[in-house]
Design a protein around this ligand. Structure first.
Ligand code: ZN
Length: 144
């Protein structure tokens, strides 16, 4: 399973879940992916994928799984919970903290927070790896 951040030609950003990068390309080519806000089908990927790996599974178990409906909402919630439990919330200091870790000024750890577009661009230029997901509303309260 791969999550992509997608963007329509009107600039709306939303998430899409796909079996693989190929599945995304295939569906996008056919115009099967549309923006949930404006139904635009001119969609592109904006960030690197986040892959959720299944490991140590037998093929027979994989097949069993495919028969079941995948509960994406539950999967997403578990993913968000995992992120929250395994990272430190640095809020608006995300870019600063990421830089400090990058240059060894502070101990390496998982952090989460938010960054402006300029900060994200700067992090990319520094070669710092990070990924972006939308967290539920309660995390947004400090933004305003
Ligand atoms: Zn749109």
């Amino acid at each position: 399973m791969i999550i992509f951040d997608l963007q329509c030609s009107n600039g709306h950003i939303f998430e899409g879940w796909f079996d693989s990068a190929e599945a995304f390309e295939e569906q996008n080519k056919k115009g099967l992916i549309s923006c949930p806000y404006c139904s635009d089908t001119n969609i592109k990927r904006v960030l690197s994928p986040v892959a959720i790996k299944r490991s140590g599974r037998k093929e027979s178990e994989e097949k069993e799984d495919q028969k079941k409906e995948v509960d994406y909402v539950k999967l997403y919630k578990e993913f968000v919970r995992y992120i929250k439990e395994n990272s430190e919330d640095v809020g608006p200091n995300f870019a600063k903290e990421a830089l400090k870790m990058h240059y060894g000024l502070t101990r390496k750890r998982n952090i989460r927070g938010y960054a402006t577009e300029e900060e994200e661009k700067m992090l990319k230029e520094e070669g710092i790896e990070f990924f972006k997901i939308l967290l539920p509303k309660e995390d947004d309260k400090d933004k305003h």
